[in-house]
Design a protein around this ligand. Structure first.
Ligand code: RNT
Ligand code: ZN
Length: 423
């Protein structure tokens, strides 16, 4: 390893030790954190099943060249991204990413359609997470899926969601690591309905049916993701926060908190300790809203740091599953993964280096002066030296050198792909 990197780490280690933080132990802890990399960043939430336009109130902008058009390309891109992120992680698949030569409807999907993904994950020691895809399909009708008034439409989605859990179970069994299957529904409407309860009642009943089969929690855990609004569901979302929180708490499900799914000044970091107190497991969709649920690449902003601090300070890393959720087609898509994943890891490292006990002591004594002074001084501690050393130790490019790899991959691989997908 580069001597300068080592020296800088040794110096940082002394400084942090004075605060009572053991940097070597922190790095061991960081190594155990897994981030679930969302496959849909690689192809703008397109998938491989059909050529349906993206729907469900979410949207991708940009036309940067090189999107993956086949499962092989997507896996190759994910491998590239993973090679630039320290640690062993997971990949999060959506149902529309099935790898199958036969044209299959979403409600006909079976575990076997994901065999190649499982083989790939096994070879690389990766875990897999899963999501039913309840959008980009003609049966997402009148703004509703499992809460549609027509029982035929509901049944279509219920069947799809039931199979999604079986696919999750299959991932968990095959890979020896629990799969989190996350349920998000775009259901809602542009204007406020007169009857806001009926769709929620139908959604509740549909969820009960979806979850009726017991699945060993060692293999699959279910999460429900709420939302405040989307395009076309500006005034009313069936699966609101209160709905999903209530459902999760009463049905022993995970609560999925997406950073972009609340009012602009409402932060998920503030919700974590409350939800955790009720013994609820949490799935995070780490994202970055800009004015709306825009799914920008995650940057090292205040909210990301606040999320990481909440997890670390409250010892919640074992109860929390961390996934990324954003889609940016205006920059190199692999870089988008790498930037977001490195940032959440950096934010967690920063939190782990904090002398939390000392800060809690000051707080307990109402010494808010010390608390504020320390929190501010900590910001200029040499955390970057610890991060650089960690990357080098994990055999991952240090600082922005990863960009060289991405640029080379872009010119050698991405630029040679068909500009648009062959359907
Ligand atoms: C949409 C939700 C959901 C999706 C993915 C593709 O607002 O955040 O998690 O982003 O399922
Ligand atoms: Zn999400």
């Amino acid at each position: 390893m580069d001597q300068l990197l080592k020296n800088q780490y040794e110096q940082a280690k002394v400084l942090y030790a004075k605060l009572g933080t053991d940097t070597d132990a922190v790095l061991e802890k960081l190594k155990r954190v897994k981030i679930s990399l969302h496959c849909w960043q690689g192809d703008d939430v397109h998938g491989f099943l059909k050529n349906e336009a993206l729907s469900g109130g979410i949207s991708v902008t940009g036309n940067y060249p090189g999107a993956a058009h086949t499962p092989e390309q997507l896996r190759q891109d994910l491998e590239k991204a993973l090679s630039l992120i320290p640690g062993t992680h997971k990949v999060n698949l959506h149902a529309i990413y099935a790898d199958s030569t036969e044209k299959v409807e979403v409600d006909e999907l079976q575990p076997e359609h994901f065999l190649k993904w499982v083989e790939w994950a096994k070879e690389r020691g990766l875990g897999l997470d899963f999501n039913p895809t309840c959008f980009s399909h003609p049966n997402f009708r009148d703004g509703f899926t499992i809460s549609h008034p027509d029982p035929k439409i509901r049944q279509f989605w219920i069947k799809h969601c039931k199979t999604a859990r079986k696919i999750g179970e299959y991932f968990g069994k095959e890979l020896g690591e629990v799969c989190i299957t996350n349920f998000w529904f775009p259901d809602g409407s542009k204007e406020k309905p007169v009857d806001s309860m009926a769709p929620r009642k139908r959604m509740k009943e549909a969820l009960d049916e979806i979850f009726s089969e017991k699945i060993d929690p060692q293999y699959n855990l279910d999460a429900v993701e709420s939302k405040l609004f989307g395009i076309g569901s500006e005034s009313y979302v069936v699966g609101s926060h209160e709905f999903c929180l209530g459902y999760a708490l009463s049905h022993d499900k995970l609560v999925c908190l997406d950073a972009g799914h609340f009012h602009p000044t409402e932060k998920i970091s503030q919700k974590i300790s409350s939800v955790a107190l009720f013994d609820t497991k949490i799935l995070l969709h780490v994202s970055r809203p800009v004015r709306w649920d825009s799914d920008h690449v995650v940057i090292m902003d205040d909210e990301l740091q606040a999320i990481a601090h909440e997890l670390v300070r409250n010892n919640l890393l074992d109860k929390t599953f961390i996934g990324l959720d954003y889609f940016d087609a205006s920059i190199n898509r692999i870089a988008a993964w790498v930037i977001g994943a490195r940032n959440i890891l950096k934010a967690l490292l920063l939190a782990m280096l904090e002398p939390t006990e000392k800060l809690k002591e000051a707080e307990a004594e109402f010494d808010f002066t010390t608390r504020l002074a320390m929190l501010e001084e900590l910001k200029s501690y040499p955390f970057g030296s610890v991060w650089d050393y960690y990357c080098a130790k994990m055999d991952i490019p240090v600082r922005e050198t990863w960009l060289v790899d991405v640029k080379q991959y872009e010119s050698e691989i991405l630029m040679k792909r068909y500009p648009t997908r062959k359907s």
